[in-house]
Structures are given as C-alpha cells and as structure tokens.
Design a protein around this ligand. Structure first.
Ligand code: ADP
Ligand code: MG
Length: 574
C-alpha cells in the first residue's frame, strides 16, 4: 500500500524528533497523556451539551500498558476518538495550537540545531512519540461511529491509514520502543516503576485517572488455622493502580506549588516555550467562590494583533472544563492574559448565552481585572526590566484600551502606561513624570512624530524644553488618541507642544503677538498665495522659537490623527 507523505513542516519536526539529542525524552509521555486527557475533555464536554451522548465522567480514564515481550507501550483513552479524516489531518500535519508555534520557529533551517533545546520545554505534541519509538500505531474510533481506523508510521518516510476493528470509541497509541543504545536507555520506558515516576512528575494533576497494572510484593493474609509457628508468607500480586493524584495545580495551596510547576503547566497548556513573566494564583470565597491561575506571557503570540487571536480564560466548574475560552472573563485591554478559572458556582451544562449574563461571571471578571492590574503595577515597581519587556510585548494593547469605548477604561490603565521621556532618555510612567514636574508647569507635554530623534528636532519642541519642562515623545500612531482620551490625569491636562496655547501667555505677550501678526500681514498674504490650495491658512505663530515655520492642523483633529486615519483607510485594521 502506498505511503502518504507528511506535510513539509511535519517532516522537519519529525526529523528533529527522531534524531533528537534532547536528554529529556521522557516528556513524550506527558504529551501523549495530555492528548488523551484533551480527548476525554472533549467527550465530557459533548455530553454536557448533547443529550444523546451518555457518558459518565467517572468511566473516563487513561490506561497505560507496557509489554516487554513485544517491546510496546500503549496509551489508551476512551475519549472522543478520531475519524479517518481526523487521523489524516491531525497526525499527517502539525496541528494548530502548541505545535503550530513550533512550526513558526522552524522556519529557519540553519537554526535547527538550537531548536533541539527547545523541544520538550513546551508542548510539541504527538510527534514526540518518535523520540522513543521506531514505529507508532494509532488505532482510533470516533465517538458515534462504528468504523475504526489504524494510522501507522515508522518515521519520516510517511504513514498509512487502513480500516480495522475496535470495540469501543477512543484511541490507542501503540509505540514500538527503540532498542537501547549508547544515546539512551529506552528499555526503562517499559518498566512500570519508571513510568510511574514520569507520570507523577509531569501528569499528576491530569483530572482523569491514569491507570496501570503494577506488581506489588506483599505479605499474604494469615490463614485462620495458621499453626503456632506460622511464618509470614509473601506474594507478588498484580493490581490496577491509579498513578496520579488528579488535583489540578490551581486547587493546590499556593505555598506548596513550586515556580517550575507553575511554569511547566503554563508552557504545556498554552503552547508557549518561554516562561511567563508572572503568575497570579488567587482565590475568593463568599458571594462568589472561585480559584484562578493567570499568566502574563513574556512574548506576543504570533497572531496577537490579528483577528485570529481569541482572548479568554478556561472556565472550569469543580475541575470540569465547561468553556475553553471564556471571553467575558477578560477585558479587551488585558486580552493577552492566559489562564484558568475554576468555580463551583456554575452549573456544568450552562449555555454560553446564559453564562454571559450571570452575575457571578461579572463579579469574577471585575476582581480578576483588578488583580491583573495590581500584579502589573507590582512588576513595574519591583522589576522594571521585566516590566519593560512586558511593555514591549503588550504596551500597544494597553494604549488601545485607553482609547477604546471613549476612554471608559483610562482610570484602570493610566498608571500602567509608559512613554518616552525627553528628560530621562528612557520610558517613564506618568506618575514619575509628575513627580519631576516643576511647580509652575501647567500641563503634561507631549510631541508626536516618527521617531524620538525626529521629534527632538521638531521646531515646536524647543520652547518647551527651554522652560525646563519634560516632554513625552510619542512615536506610535495611536498615541495622539491616547493623550486626547486621557484628557486629564491627577489634575493636569495633556497638551501637545504643537498647540498654540501650549505655554500660557501673559497679556503683554498676547499683545505683542497681535502686533507682530499685524506687521507681518503682507508677508503672510504672499506666502498664502504661493501655497494656494495646499494649506488652509497661514498665520503668525507663537509656538516657534528658532524655527521659522511649521505645519499645524486647525480644529479638533490634529495632524497626527489625520495621518493615522488616512493610514487606516484601505487597511483592515480594527
Ligand atoms: P495539540 O495537542 O497541541 O493540538 P498534538 O500534536 O499533541 O497537538 O496533537 C494533534 C492533534 O491530534 C490534536 O489536536 C487532536 O486533535 C489529535 N489527537 C491527538 N491525540 C489524540 C487522542 N488521543 N484522541 C483524540 N485526538 C487526538
Ligand atoms: Mg498535544
């Protein structure tokens, strides 16, 4: 039978897996168990929303069977299963989520060697099976279907899919374990003690029982008619044992969770390969009871500023997933936050529509928003370097947040903003700016332009700097809107250096300016005539110091806004 070829990126990832010199090959088990758990989740979820699916949660489990004779290790689940098409599309190409990000990283050929280090630090998924197996067989029956299909591959040269038999829905992943060699002791992956150890290490919190038949050496019961000189007898018994404690990380006590555990959970669950910048583990009891574990990522997801990116937190009800991305738990300005919320206050089969309007959801969302803000403020104060990293990744989102909904969220966000300071030569907060303000400074000053260098050379800037005042140099299109939306912070207004009244004039100064205008009338007329339609007006300005002229806009729309909006036209920017 003809073998089908893997899609190009998959082949590359597969090559990396097969030839991986990565020392933590054991993570393959974590990956396959996590897939099995996802499959159980999907079925459990289906049963909540679809009356025809009768599944008892307590029957869902993951089974591990090592077979030393055959050199196989089998991981079975009774979850949602895969159809023939699913097998082809899920295992023949790299799936979206976790491995999709890896795909992005794989783009540069020459970096492949470095990437090997990355493997195992985050979810690389199904293909990691090839780190320890020379042949992988997947037998699967999709829920609701009578047909079963077998996917088989011995690595990079393709795979086959054939029909087969399977009694019940679910998936078996059968790995033929490689022969031990100098590079690795593969035999250990057939030993129950080793498998128990790995599962405890990486998959302890998986919410379905992971069971395996293990041998126990123990004392026989003493027979009732035992003679006086009875010596205890020992025997070896085989029994099925649940290997994981099934307590999700967020249910554990904060003080008992190690930073590595928080980070490993994040990377696996959200498919990132960098540690998060911060984790917020919080809970509340009372009117609404919940536990939440939130993460601030260190890097912008590749699709963050596209329509594809979906915000939201995973919502659980007493450990059971009820929604994967609950958007209403996060305000747009914090849409980069990833995490889980677990609350017994929601019924398992609550519909999206009803959920949206529950009071509890709003209460939780409001509380979390405050938590996120205070965590970010803490980072800003205690670890500025980290905060700058955060700002580089998500600062733009916070600025959009200030502008959105007519500035409804500016109070929430203003303390988190950073702007380039003319005085400091680096980013500053508004609070720090205000602390440095001379007493007579009437406004927060800002100037917009393409780059800090170009702004510094603007003629309008000079007279403000000469006064000893600090200017916020704004280089992003959205900045001018941000300043307008902020309006006033701590009793001081924002003023563009290009505003005619940026520096308040005394009566005398005003009079002098008027006289100047009168005197220069003829020159102005001449300039106006020469420029014709290109300008609306030419006037004498008090905003210049040594510069001879500058452009400005009349009316409420500034020059920068005009530029921004003309860019928006014709683009599909939101
Ligand atoms: P990810 O889990 O990040 O999506 P994987 O490479 O681990 O990527 O898995 C690819 C896809 O294959 C999964 O998204 C899922 O659709 C499917 N899959 C893998 N294992 C199973 C399983 N045991 N049961 C059902 N579907 C599975
Ligand atoms: Mg996976």
């Amino acid at each position: 039978m003809a073998k089908k070829q893997f899609k190009a990126e998959s082949k590359r990832l597969l090559d990396l897996m097969v030839n991986s010199i990565y020392t933590h090959k054991e993570i393959f088990l974590r990956e396959l168990i996590s897939n099995a758990s996802d499959a159980e989740d999907k079925l459990a979820y289906k049963s909540l929303t679809d009356d025809t699916v009768e599944v008892k949660r307590k029957d869902l489990k993951i089974t591990i069977v090592p077979d030393k004779q055959m050199r196989t290790l089998t991981i079975s689940d009774n979850g949602i299963g895969m159809s023939k098409e699913d097998l082809e599309s899920n295992l023949g190409t790299i799936a979206r989520s976790g491995s999709g990000q890896f795909k992005a990283g794989l783009a540069e050929d020459d970096k492949a060697a470095d990437k090997i280090d990355v493997i195992g630090q985050f979810g690389v998924g199904f293909y990691s099976a090839f780190m320890v197996a020379d042949q992988v067989t997947v037998i699967s029956r999709a829920w609701g279907s009578e047909e079963a299909w077998m996917w088989q591959s011995d690595g990079a040269d393709g795979y086959t899919v054939t029909q087969c038999e399977k009694d019940a829905p679910g998936t078996d992943i059968i790995m033929h374990i490689k022969a031990s060699g100098e590079d690795e002791n593969y035999d250990q992956y057939l030993e129950t003690y080793k498998l128990q150890e790995i599962i405890k290490k990486y998959s302890d919190y998986i919410r379905y029982p992971i069971v395996m038949e293990v041998e126990d050496y123990r004392r026989k019961d003493k027979p009732a008619d035992a003679p006086e000189d009875y010596k205890p007898e020992w025997e070896t018994v085989k029994e099925w044992k649940t290997l994981n404690s099934m307590v999700p990380l967020w249910q554990r006590q904060k003080s008992k969770v190690k930073p590595e555990e928080y980070n490993a959970f994040y990377k696996e669950k959200f498919g990132d390969w960098q540690d998060p910048l911060a984790v917020i583990h919080t809970s509340a009891e009372g009117a609404v009871t919940y536990k939440a574990m939130l993460y601030i990522p260190a890097q912008t997801p590749y699709d963050f500023y596209t329509r594809e990116y979906q915000k939201g937190l995973q919502l659980y009800s007493s450990g059971v997933l009820i929604m994967d991305k609950c958007a209403d738990l996060l305000p747009d300005h914090f849409r980069f936050v990833r995490g889980v919320v677990d609350s017994a206050d929601f019924s398992l089969n609550i519909s999206r529509e009803v959920l949206q309007h529950t009071r509890q959801l709003k209460v939780i969302a409001t509380a979390l928003e405050k938590k996120i803000k205070s965590e970010l403020l803490k980072m800003q104060k205690e670890d500025r370097e980290k905060y700058e990293k955060f700002w580089a990744a998500f600062g733009a989102q916070l600025k959009y947040g200030v502008v959105a909904e007519y500035g409804a969220h500016k109070e929430m966000l203003q303390d988190l903003l950073l702007f380039w300071s003319s005085k400091e030569g680096k980013n500053t907060t508004l609070a720090a700016y205000q602390d440095r303000m001379p007493e007579d400074q009437p406004y927060y000053y800002y100037a917009c332009g393409e780059s800090v260098d170009k702004i510094a050379k603007l003629p309008q800037v000079e007279r403000i700097l000469d006064k000893g005042y600090e200017i916020l140099y704004c280089t992003e299109d959205v900045d001018d809107f941000v300043m307008k939306a902020l309006g006033e912070v701590n009793g001081k207004q924002f003023k563009s250096v290009s505003d005619e009244d940026a520096l308040p004039q005394t009566e005398e100064e005003k009079k002098a300016a008027e006289e100047k205008a009168e005197a220069g009338k003829d020159v102005l007329e001449a300039v106006k005539e020469a420029l014709g339609d290109q300008v609306k007006n030419v006037r004498v300005s008090s905003i210049l110091k040594s510069g001879a002229c500058c452009l400005s806009a009349d009316g409420p729309v500034s020059l920068e806004m005009e530029k921004y909006m003309s860019k928006l036209e014709g683009s599909d920017h939101p």
